[in-house]
Design a protein around this ligand. Structure first.
Ligand code: PEP
Ligand code: MN
Length: 280
């Protein structure tokens, strides 16, 4: 007789009731999920070959296993730098192949999903698009690994139902990423990094959970502390922004680390990982 599993949550495929074991997968030899912590570093936006290569080499030397870099940027203002588009993807592919580093980049338009999957190892669905259902369906149908960021006003159930779209439409390799919610006070930080979500998500779902303290704080000075806190809270990975010269960055310079700051953070994260029995 087939067994019947009662699912009490609004999401099913994402729930631990449905799948008891953690989702763990490997890309280019890098294991995501399980006991391993994975650090992602790279610029908010890919700006030039020099910039992405220099950043990639630096973060990889410090221990990052995933390189981030936006090619299609969701910007509040239409006058702000919108990303290099396909050229940015080509640079990511080049650097990813040359350094054998896993790459992640945002896709905003369902029509671009198949293009982006050809150039990067992991699709990113940004916070603003967490509930863009045509995008979730297209990304889900691609079957490509996808990092889904929590919307700034999304509840945990809304976040997991967005992940459910990806799973329902055919993508099993989904990473959840907490990146901060709307703050009650924007004086000192851009968002409020909701670290409650980390243990809550780990309890509710089998999917790996990352924390992005760069967008979560919006201020370089606070990134490292919140990265440590994220790992301590049980995150499976951290994503931060790194730029060779943050003052000159075309986006998110105020929350970007220099390669030296990233390296210092990595040393601290290794201590946290060791203290909690995780591999890094
Ligand atoms: C980003 O990762 O650069 C980004 C735009 O993040 P978010 O979607 O979380 O704002
Ligand atoms: Mn950014």
């Amino acid at each position: 007789m087939e067994s019947v599993v009662q699912i009490s949550r609004p999401f099913k495929l994402a729930s631990r009731e449905f799948r008891k074991v953690d989702t763990v997968f490997t890309l280019k030899g890098v294991t995501i999920g399980g006991n391993q912590c994975v650090i992602t570093g790279g610029p908010c936006s890919v700006e030039s070959r020099e910039q992405i290569f220099e950043t990639a080499r630096a973060v990889q030397a410090s221990g990052a296993k995933i390189l981030r870099g936006g090619a299609y940027k969701p910007r509040t203002s239409p006058y702000a730098f919108q990303g290099l588009g396909k050229e940015g993807l080509e640079l990511l592919k080049e650097v990813g192949d040359a350094l054998n580093i896993v790459t992640v980049s945002e896709v905003m338009d369902p029509a671009d999903v198949s293009l982006v999957t050809e150039y990067v190892d992991i699709l990113q669905i940004g916070a603003r698009n967490m509930q863009n259902y045509p995008l979730l369906i297209a990304a889900g149908r691609s079957g490509h690994p996808t990092l889904l960021k929590r919307g700034p006003s999304a509840t945990i159930d809304e976040f997991l139902l967005a992940a459910e779209y990806l799973l329902h439409h055919g993508t099993e390799r989904v990473i959840l990423c907490e990146r901060g919610v709307h703050p009650i006070d924007r004086t000192y930080t851009r968002n409020t990094l909701d670290l409650n979500s980390v243990p809550v998500l780990k309890y509710l779902t089998h999917l790996p959970v990352f924390v992005d303290p760069a967008h979560g704080t919006g201020v370089t000075r606070y990134v490292s502390a919140m990265a440590r806190a994220g790992l301590a809270a049980g995150a499976d990975g951290i994503m931060v922004e790194v730029h060779p010269n943050p003052k000159e960055a075309l986006s998110d310079g105020a929350q970007s680390q220099t390669p030296a700051q990233f390296d210092e953070m990595m040393q601290e994260l290794r201590k946290v990982a060791q203290a909690i029995g995780r591999d890094l």
